[in-house]
Design a protein around this ligand. Structure first.
Ligand SMILES: Cc1ncc(COP(=O)(O)O)c(C=O)c1O
Length: 388
């Protein structure tokens, strides 16, 4: 990237990560050893659950969680329509069928008032996403799930350490899934974790990630090699200690940015409920296109021209993605063929359509220097005078 560009995200690694990596290289033990175990222990403690199961990434974390709760071919799983694709591709990996719900107009998380529309006799689970670091409305989602005997898998990939009414996300549903991809609040390079309080689920997850093996020789179920390597675990052990400080900085920068930009009429900072601790994976705002006369993509581009990298996602609703609309899963119509309902995804959900393409994330990572934060503010301001 251009040296002079203010970056929107960067992994922040230090001596401790380096020392741990060196210890792995010295030990010659690369596979799910003491560092992975320590990372699991620390993550379970941070989330406040009994079990954390480390895996290779956040996508397979969701797939395995759906497997462990018993999703069968053709079972329906309700997911939000505007999120990273793997919330829903993970459902298809488990031969389930994603059913797309609208998003909350203020929070961009799944709209709990749309769950009823999505419900059928094949619905088995809901996967709420804690979008951009803001927790979904879990009380309403859990109440709906309880009423209809559904399981809840939290997609907490973007919400390390976020809290909903005092509970850390990943501890609220049946299981929580995290990603430690390089741009996330903390990283392990690539990596994921599943959290749960259920010992049976935890045991099944440990078997599934390790070739479905029990002991050294028995394949008791169809499993996978989704184990986390020691190199990734070694980075994770060092990173997890830094999460509270990283999140504090993300919050401070995000709040400062939006305080300073509060008078910009075309920039609507995303809502933050008073009962959450936001993880600020993003510092999201919505472009008021009627005020500015520009769409999100153009704003993203203009900011780039001013030396500011921003995030501009998600710009295609999942119900418009070919993998789902054209049933491109298993080189056949599977798993849709296992369910009698027509799942043609010919949807046009109000809040999704209103928001899509116009949400932008400002740089807010802990490595930003104060002058870089001010450059972000100034860039948005020049923009304002030029276009409004
Ligand atoms: C909401 C969401 N779910 C799932 C994932 C998948 O995680 P991974 O990239 O580690 O597979 C990501 C991000 O990468 C994400 O943002």
């Amino acid at each position: 990237m251009d040296d002079d560009m203010v970056s929107v995200a960067e992994p922040i690694l230090g001596e401790a990560e380096r020392d741990n990596i060196e210890a792995v290289l010295d030990s010659g033990r690369f596979l799910q050893g003491p560092f992975v175990e320590e990372f699991e222990r620390k993550w379970a403690e941070l989330v406040g659950v009994d079990h954390a199961i480390a895996v290779t990434n956040g996508t397979v974390a969701i797939q395995l969680a759906l497997n462990a709760i018993g999703i069968e071919p053709g079972d329906e799983v309700i997911v939000p329509s505007l999120t990273f694709g793997s919330t829903a591709t993970a459902v298809v990996h488990q031969a389930g069928i994603p059913v797309f719900a609208d998003i909350d107009r203020d929070l961009y998380t799944i709209d709990h008032t749309d769950l009823e529309r999505c419900l059928t006799d094949r619905t088995k689970a809901i996967v709420p996403v804690h979008m951009y670091g803001h927790p979904a409305e879990m009380d309403e989602i859990i109440a709906f799930a309880d009423t209809h005997d559904l399981r809840v898998i939290e997609d907490a990939a973007q919400a390390h350490g976020a809290k909903y009414k005092g509970d850390v996300v990943g501890s609220i549903g049946d299981a929580g899934c995290f990603s430690f991809y390089a741009t996330k609040n903390i990283t392990t390079g690539e990596g994921g974790v599943i959290t749960t309080d259920d010992p049976h689920l935890a045991e099944r997850l440990r078997t599934l990630r390790n070739h479905g093996m029990s002991g050294r020789d028995k394949h008791v179920t169809l499993g996978y090699n989704y184990r986390m390597s020691e190199l990734n675990g070694a980075i994770g052990v060092a990173q997890v200690e830094k999460l509270p400080e990283f999140n504090k900085k993300r919050r401070e920068i995000s709040e400062y940015l939006f305080e300073e930009l509060a008078d910009i009429e075309w920039l609507n900072a995303a809502t933050v409920r008073e009962y959450v601790d936001h993880a600020y994976f993003w510092a999201p705002f919505e472009v008021a296109t009627d005020q500015l006369g520009l769409r999100g993509k153009e704003v993203w581009n203009e900011l780039r021209n001013r030396g500011i990298e921003t995030r501009h996602r998600y710009i295609t609703p999942l119900y418009n993605q070919p993998v789902f609309t054209e049933h491109r899963g298993f080189n056949s119509d599977f798993p849709w063929s296992t369910n009698p309902r027509p799942h043609n995804y010919d949807l046009h959900l109000d809040n999704v359509e209103e928001v899509v393409g116009d949400v932008i994330g400002l740089p807010n990572h802990p490595n930003l220097m104060p002058e870089e934060v001010d450059r972000v503010i100034n860039a948005v301001r020049t923009f304002d005078t030029k276009h409004s």
